[in-house]
Design a protein around this ligand. Sequence first.
Ligand code: ATR
Length: 290
Amino acid sequence: MALQDTPDTKPIQAGVIGWPAGHSLSPRLHGFWLQQYGINGTYEAIEVRPEDCHDFIRGLAEQGMAGVNVTVPHKEMACNAVDRLDANAKRLGAVNTIVVQPDGTLAGSNTDGFGFMENLKTGAPGWAPGSNPAVVLGAGGAARAVVAALLDAGVSELRLCNRTRTRADTLAADIGGDIGGAITVVDWAERSGALAGAGLLVNTTTLGMTGKPPLEIDLGPLPITALVNDIVYTPLMTPLLEQAKNRGNAIVDGIGMLLHQARPGFRQWFGVDADVTDALKAHVLAGLDQ
Ligand code: ATR
């Protein structure tokens, strides 16, 4: 028997499930790390139809997989398919990382907020969460993770602004919990005024993404000392970031959130605490052109 066929050298298998999944940059990201660290492992995009999602997840251990990332539209459904949710996934009602435990049970977590915060910390080391209000635009799934992470980091006042106001109200009630008082919901029409005195502006809407309308916002009231982050990364330099940079604000682009959210899964499946480097970023971004 060839050495690579022995049970000991069977590759560790992980991947990302989505519908569709082919567009995901995660295989490129994890593939880079697998090669960099010389790990005998695989990470593939797996197309799973919504109606098959629950059974697929339940069968992970039987298929010999170490676990999976979960992307659109399965993140909410995955909550019911795992055996255990960490506190953050439970609060967000969404799972993006599943790890098969040694006893075969499934642990679900959500690392999007971790990725968001690590991106800000490394991209703008001088930014302090507690100092000035944060303004978050949008109230979708990404916004939930961002708002929760900012509250956990100690943001004292968070102004939440969404086109559909009721969605922002729901998010504030769901995520704010007993510290919900830190969230103030602001009408979409008032988004520019909400920037007065802010220390951070985050766009979590799809506005500014390639093929979508631009985000129309007057940055006039935003202090020049504020940090501006867009979680959109197609294009990397969104019109919002361009506008902010041109007036002298510090900016952090959105690709780092994707790169950092992948670290906890990689560590648990493959056993290495992987680095986010410029080489990784360039490799993943090159995947956008393909
Ligand atoms: P995700 O889960 O990635 O955050 P989503 O749930 O589709 O995606 O959320 C998209 C966000 O972009 C929402 O906040 C959405 O606002 P609504 O809740 O009002 O739909 C926002 N968005 C999308 N198109 C928009 C537009 N033309 N103007 C303003 N906001 C928009």
